[in-house]
Design a binder for this molecule. Sequence first.
Ligand code: UFG
Length: 333
Amino acid sequence: MLFGKAGAVLVTGGAGYVGSHICKALGACGIEVVVYDNLWIGHEDFVKWGTLERGSLHDTEKLSEVFKKHNIRAVMHFAAFSYVGESVKDPSSYYGNNVVGTLALLDTMVEHGVSHLVFSSTSATYGMPLTTPINETHPQRPINPYGKTKLVIESMIDDFDVAYGIKGVKLRYFNAAGADPECEIGEDHDPETHLIPLALDAAAGRGPGLTIFGDDYDTEDGTCIRDYIHVTDLADAHVKALEYVIESNETTAFNLGNGNGFSVKEVIKAVEKVTGRPVNAAIGPRRDGDPSALVASSDKARRLLLWEPAYPGIEDIVRDAWQWYQKRFPSSD
Ligand code: UFG
């Protein structure tokens, strides 16, 4: 156990897609988990490991109470808005929820003498890639408010380290995908904007079919390439990152991706193969702000966290997503 007998890890946004998978991984390590979530986006039934404390990051009185009540020893921070398109239309909500909310969380950590943090950042902080694969030294020039809010938070963590000794590991994910292989939790967004669940919708005959956002990119088949990383691999990396930040006591960043890129058309093929059903897909215009290819170099995480993704192939990722999809949306059978 990380903290001996006493003490818990606070997981903000632990009722969400990525956060809930991290709670499962922490629970499997015997770590006491407290989920702090306002359930705006998260699902109560995803909180299966640990205690749910329903609250907002802006409610600093409640947050402070939770730190005290549960003897919080470290924080993993997922609570955030994360839709790129929405962030362009409504930056105020994004800065308010993501940046101001995180400031309240960091202040509460300082108040309670909690100095270790794992932060859910994103490859969107890099903006348009100048080189590929992207490593952690790539310039961070986000091109949308969502990515900018996450970059501001990364800077806040650096500054809180210098001034107050907060040590944070910033994990920059590429495309989180798949679902718990034991099918207890998975992806359930409203609205859904991500490629794999939308392609599963199309395979299941739900909704109007999939639009491929552009097939005139400078890639082999003309569609965008992304680095899809199984959410269980992400969860494993988070547990390792928590151990790392406690042991090393240093603030640093890691990319989390597979290092393999798959095009939109390749993902659709994988969905067709796994589901055994055709995906009704039509070519549409490009989506604003989509780089042609985003692929991670996660060498640093492999080296320092001793992390190795267990699901490098797209079909295995899609298989777990499909298994979950059929359980969550049974009418698709
Ligand atoms: N795509 C389509 N049609 C769709 C949805 C997506 O063609 O209906 C394409 C996109 O253009 C993109 C790829 O599928 O090329 C993946 O798109 P997603 O929306 O699933 O994921 P993104 O790469 O846009 O976004 C992910 C995370 C964001 C994060 C971003 C970092 O979901 O939170 O990576 O670049 F900001």
